[in-house]
Write a protein that binds this ligand. Sequence first.
Ligand code: 13P
Length: 337
Amino acid sequence: LPIRAGSYTDELVKTAKTVASPGRGILAIDESNATCGKRLASIGLDNTETNRQAYRQLLLTTPGLGEYISGAILFEETLYQSTTDGKKFVDCLRDQNIVPGIKVDKGLVPLPGSNNESWCQGLDGLASRSAEYYKQGARFAKWRTVVSIPCGPSALAVKEAAWGLARYAAISQDNGLVPIVEPEILLDGDHPIERTLEVAEKVWSEVFFYLAENNVVFEGILLKPSMVTPGAEHKEKASPETVAKYTLTMLKRRVPPAVPGIMFLSGGQSEMEATLNLNAMNQSPNPWHVSFSYARALQNSVLKTWQGHPENIVAGQKALLERAKANSSAQLGKYSG
Ligand code: 13P
């Protein structure tokens, strides 16, 4: 059936389907230079361009990665970098049938008039930046904004998050990039899982209201939600089955089946928790491709293994492949430990 006729519509639908292909998910390595610096500091390395390039080269040149990974989200610096042998990172990805993606938001700043909440910058100049990223080989984009449960969330913060995501999504599609829509509901707080469900339902209903108002093609977007869990400081932890039940309930109530892929963030869960929760979500049929777009839950072991030493590169790549393979199995609902 016809959907909105735009110059990139067919390509957007195709890109989204490729990223949401069975047994694959997204490797998120789009840490800003400041965040990447924190990761490097955890293994005693300085935050230099050389060290960031070396680390990203280890990740992006992992042999066999494309079997489990369908897309990689890059920070702007990485999109324009090459291997030390001079091969563009974008080409390393393409050779493995991995779609290059780009983080396009400009980060969070305080939202005046709210309850100490944040909003996400980056709409000014986004159309021209997106066109440049497309030329450089990017085919999808990411915009991460956050919602805090302990801070409210206020109606103002939720509306601002949803509106910003919808404007970004429309601009991305207009420039050939599939937008990943990510309103991260932070884990912080001691609230029970029911409260997370309530907030997630509110956030996603507003996001879809404004996506529709901005004529965004739902077949050409991907979502990056937080899983519905109790707050990190809540007295009880939820089992993977409970997380799956609440998260799928939320999705079924709020997300149209026209959306091809749901690519969860890990949000501070351990590598194993993130895999087990995803596996639990894929035990029953659902209308989407339910998969992963993990940063920390794919990289923690890699960093620890690598330690910045060239002789550990192969072992680091092995650690990445192990997590990627586990999450690939979890995407198919077949992870068994
Ligand atoms: P985490 O999986 O570490 O929460 O990262 C989320 C993210 O938005 C990275 O692109």
